[in-house]
Structure formats: structure tokens, C-alpha cells
Write a protein that binds this ligand. Structure first.
Ligand code: SAH
Ligand code: SF4
Length: 389
């Protein structure tokens, strides 16, 4: 069946990109691309196939960070690999811990761009909030990330590298099927994942690979602000749970707070949700709704939300997010009684509408608070840092 808006449905293994030191980073490459890179570097086809399998296991199951640690690969090959290839994760610049146990890491790419990642431990699970871009181009008015000037896509290695860094920090190598601290992943850090589709897809394929990081697709959620033309493709090619940042039920308000709404309106968005492959009552779509005082939090808003979800027959749950403040933000958080009333109206209509407890607010790790200092630097400064590195 053709997927609307799909331009090129075939997954093409990306060419391996060289680093400043000329080596190719194996982290983030699809399995097939690792094999191809080994062959290109001179191994014969059967050797390349065998070594690719061993490297995959070492990198994603054992968490190896150096070829020298790979005891199943003959020693003379260690130096050969090391000259040509790297196993690089983003650099950890800072590791902060909230009073509630939430952790936030400031990470840096090889070309000196900073971004953040957050780990939220709970009694029965541990959720890693992963970034897809440095900054975000979408400028939602309530989101700190949207105010960053510099934006660049993270590559697949920088995305899957976040999960690997979290495993490093939590001491969770080798990958094990049970008893993990890191159990869930949400693509809800900095950036709009559907504006960086290929890298997010390739990174999540490695996260879900049984011989890779081995997380089930049911434990991964991708959040989008509503990039309608990419949603069907996300369902087909990534296939994880979908969360949609709805936040408002009228054109007027959504146009103001999520400017992307001027391009893809509420009806178009909800129709795309109804068509999302794999959405059913067992796997409901999550609608995120940030509670902004006097803006989108009235009883009438709650009733309209119910009407819309019913109109499109959506298997839905609603996540009410108390607005997390940041310096200079143009909104305030709704009062707790207002949020409770809003939740009750949606709940009484038979739709689950829990209020999300803010986590890590004290270290600026809560939803919408992520923003790094790197954007304060000018382009020229960044170039200097990159050259010095
Ligand atoms: N760009 C994607 C994913 C990252 S944002 C998206 O927008 O869906 C993750 C969630 O945090 C989104 O629902 C976003 O709207 C919400 N958010 C952004 N700023 C917030 C703030 N200041 N307070 C509470 N939630 C916020
Ligand atoms: Fe970007 Fe999401 Fe923030 Fe909007 S809410 S600016 S899409 S990160």
C-alpha cells in the first residue's frame, strides 16, 4: 500500500561518514553498513561478514569502547581496526543530579555542539529522554528548546550514543533481558524527531535490535509536535508508540503556541493519528497537553478535547503536563485545582488523563526546560572550538 507523502520508501544504508581524524565511527551505522565498510577497507567478503557480526555484539551487547577489549577478535586485527574505525559516543561535559533522583547530562558532539539527555528513575521503570537535534526549529512558544538559535540534526550515532552513555553511567553492560534500570526510551528531549527522520529511524533500529541494545518497541515512544507528512512513515518504518503534542483544541490557540499548526492544522493532525499504523486500544496514542493558565485550560477546552478525540475515534490517552517555567517564558502554569478539574472532565468521558508529575525541575531537566549555553556562543567561536578539538 503506498504511504501518503512518502518520497523514497527504501531504506538505503547510509555511506559511512569520516571523522576529523579520518576514522569512521561504527556507532550508529546499520549492520550492513559496518560489513560494507570493512570490505571497503580491505577485508575479504567472508571475513568482513564475520567481523561485522563480532563488532556488533561487542559494541551493542558488551558495550565495548575500544577494539583492544575485544577478546574474540585476533590481536593483530585490533590495531588495523583502530587505524580505520572508532567506537565513539558523545562526550559527557556535565552530569547533574536532581533532588528527586532525575539525572541530566550535558553532552557534546565531535564538532563541539552541546545538547542534553535526561534519565528519570521510577519505582518500576527507568526512562531515558533522548534528544534528536541540537536545538529545534519549531519555536513552540512555551518551550525553552525552541528559543535556541543554533540547530543541527544529530546523526544516528549521536542518538544511539545517548542510550549507550546511559548504560555506561548505570553500569548496565552487557545488555541483559531483565532487571534493567533503563527500561524505557522517549524521543522527547531536544528537537523534533520527525524533522530528522532517517537518523532517528536508524538509531532506534539499533536500540530495538535483539542482538543490539534489545529494547522492545513497546517501551519506546516518539513524540512529535505534528509533522503530519512524516507520521505514516514513522509508523511503517519505526513502529514505536506515538505521542502527539496537541496542547490546544482551537486553531487560534494552537496557531499561537505551536506555530507548526499554521502548516498542519488540528483536523489534519488528528486524521493522521487515526491512520497511524499499529494504533489500537492496546497501543493507544498519547496526546500531550501542556497546562497554560488562562490559555488552554478551561472546562470548554477539556470538553472540546473529548469531542475531537471521539470524532476521530482515536484510541487515546491524554497526558496533562503542568507547564515548566524557564526564565522569560511568556506563560504561567495553571493552578492545581484547574488541572484537576480539566483532568476530571476528560476522565469522566472515559479517556485516561493523568497529570504528569514534573521531574528534575531543580536542575532544568523537566519537559521543555532543556536548553544549552552553546547557543550563546557565536558561529565563529564554535568554529574556533571545533578547530582546537
Ligand atoms: N519536539 C517534540 C518532542 C520534544 S518536547 C514535541 O514537541 O513533541 C517533549 C514534550 O514537552 C512536548 O510535548 C512538549 O510540548 C513539552 N514541553 C515543551 N515545553 C514545555 C514546558 N515548558 N513545560 C511543559 N512541557 C513542555
Ligand atoms: Fe521543538 Fe518540541 Fe520544543 Fe516545539 S515543544 S520547540 S517541537 S522541542
Amino acid at each position: 500500500m503506498p504511504i501518503p507523502g512518502l518520497i523514497d520508501p527504501v531504506t538505503v544504508p547510509r555511506a559511512a561518514a569520516a571523522r576529523a581524524d579520518g576514522r569512521i565511527n561504527l556507532v550508529g551505522l546499520p549492520r550492513e553498513a559496518i560489513r560494507a565498510a570493512l570490505e571497503e577497507a580491505g577485508l575479504d567478503p567472508s571475513q568482513a561478514k564475520l567481523r561485522a557480526k563480532q563488532l556488533w555484539h561487542q559494541i551493542y551487547n558488551r558495550g565495548a569502547t575500544a577494539f583492544a577489549a575485544m577478546s574474540d577478535i585476533a590481536k593483530p586485527l585490533h590495531a588495523w581496526l583502530d587505524e580505520r574505525f572508532a567506537i565513539a559516543r558523545p562526550e559527557v561535559v556535565e552530569d547533574q543530579r536532581s533532588a528527586d533522583g532525575t539525572r541530566k547530562w550535558l553532552l557534546r558532539t565531535a564538532d563541539a555542539q552541546d545538547f542534553e539527555m535526561v534519565f528519570i528513575p521510577d519505582a518500576d521503570r527507568g526512562t531515558l529522554c533522548v534528544s534528536s537535534q541540537v536545538g529545534c526549529t519549531l519555536n513552540c512558544r512555551f518551550c525553552h528548546t525552541g528559543t535556541m538559535r543554533l540547530v543541527r540534526n544529530l546523526d544516528a550515532g549521536e542518538i544511539v550514543g545517548q542510550v549507550m552513555l546511559a548504560r555506561d553511567a548505570l553500569g548496565e553492560w552487557p545488555s541483559r533481558p531483565e532487571g534493567r534500570l533503563l527500561t524505557n526510551i522517549v524521543m522527547m528531549g531536544m528537537g523534533e524527531p520527525l524533522y530528522n527522520f532517517e537518523a532517528v529511524r536508524d538509531a532506534l533500529a539499533i536500540v530495538m535490535d535483539r542482538e543490539g541494545l534489545g529494547l522492545s518497541r513497546r517501551r519506546i515512544t516518539l513524540s512529535t509536535s505534528g509533522v503530519v507528512p512524516m507520521m505514516a512513515r514513522a509508523g511503517e518504518e519505526i513502529g514505536v508508540n506515538l505521542a502527539v503534542s496537541l496542547h490546544a483544541v482551537t486553531k487560534e490557540v494552537r496557531d499561537e503556541i505551536v506555530p507548526l499548526n499554521r502548516k498542519y492544522g488540528i483536523d489534519e493532525l488528528l486524521a493522521a493519528c487515526a491512520a497511524y499504523p499499529g494504533a489500537n486500544n492496546a497501543r493507544r496514542i498519547t496526546f500531550e497537553y501542556v497546562m497554560l493558565k488562562g490559555k488552554n485550560d478551561s472546562d470548554a477546552d477539556a470538553r472540546e478535547l473529548v469531542r475531537l478525540l471521539r470524532k476521530y475515534k482515536l484510541p487515546a490517552k491524554v497526558n496533562l503536563i503542568p507547564f515548566n517555567p524557564w526564565p522569560g517564558a511568556p506563560y504561567e502554569c495553571s493552578e492545581p485545582e484547574r488541572i484537576a478539574r480539566f483532568s476530571a472532565i476528560v476522565f469522566e468521558a472515559g479517556i485516561s488523563a493523568p497529570v504528569r508529575t514534573p521531574r528534575g525541575r531543580d536542575i532544568g531537566a523537566a519537559c521543555g526546560q532543556l536548553k544549552t549555553a552553546s547557543e550563546k556562543k557565536s558561529r565563529a567561536e564554535l568554529d574556533r572550538v571545533a578547530q582546537a578539538a
